[in-house]
Design a protein around this ligand. Structure first.
Ligand code: HEC
Length: 124
């Protein structure tokens, strides 16, 4: 009787240990999937975004452009910026079908790196 009880407890604990391991695994996978590649983002930005936003992100080519160097719009989470870039906003065309979500997220990571980057002043 007591042995059965002990076995039951061990089994139950093992099950929750497995669940814990599974969750850890899923979390690691998720982190990998979300981690943006800033270097790839810089390439994509140069190809698709510089025309309007400028290499330094200051966006002085046309009215309504956010100044990324000063952090305009960057207080919003990636999910919001991803959606604007995917679907388009104002004059900005949507990039859905042209860039994958990962590529857009990479370029957003690059945009975030332009913020407060005083050395970018040299690019102007
Ligand atoms: C044709 C010009 C143009 C191009 C090309 C362009 N943008 Fe934009 N972008 C704009 C304009 C204009 C706005 C401001 C939209 C508004 O608020 O009305 C903007 C806004 C944004 C915002 C802020 C969105 C928000 O929710 O406030 C992000 C992020 C952004 N652009 C990223 C990108 C990325 C990444 C690329 C390249 C893949 C890109 N843009 C290419 C013109 C452009």
């Amino acid at each position: 009787m007591e042995k059965r009880l002990v076995n039951m407890i061990i089994k139950r604990n093992l099950r929750s240990l497995n669940l814990g391991m599974l969750m850890l695994f899923v979390m690691c996978m998720a982190t990998n999937a979300v981690a943006a590649d800033v270097f790839n983002g810089a390439k994509i930005y140069a190809q698709h975004c510089t025309f309007c936003h400028g290499a330094d992100g200051a966006g002085n080519m046309m009215p309504d452009l956010p100044n990324f160097m000063e952090g305009d719009t960057l207080m919003q989470p990636d999910s919001v910026l991803l959606e604007s870039t995917r679907s388009g906003k104002g004059v900005m065309p949507g990039f859905r079908g042209m860039l994958t979500d990962d590529e857009i997220l990479d370029s957003i990571a690059h945009i975030r790196s332009l913020q407060f980057n005083q050395s970018n002043q040299l690019l102007r």
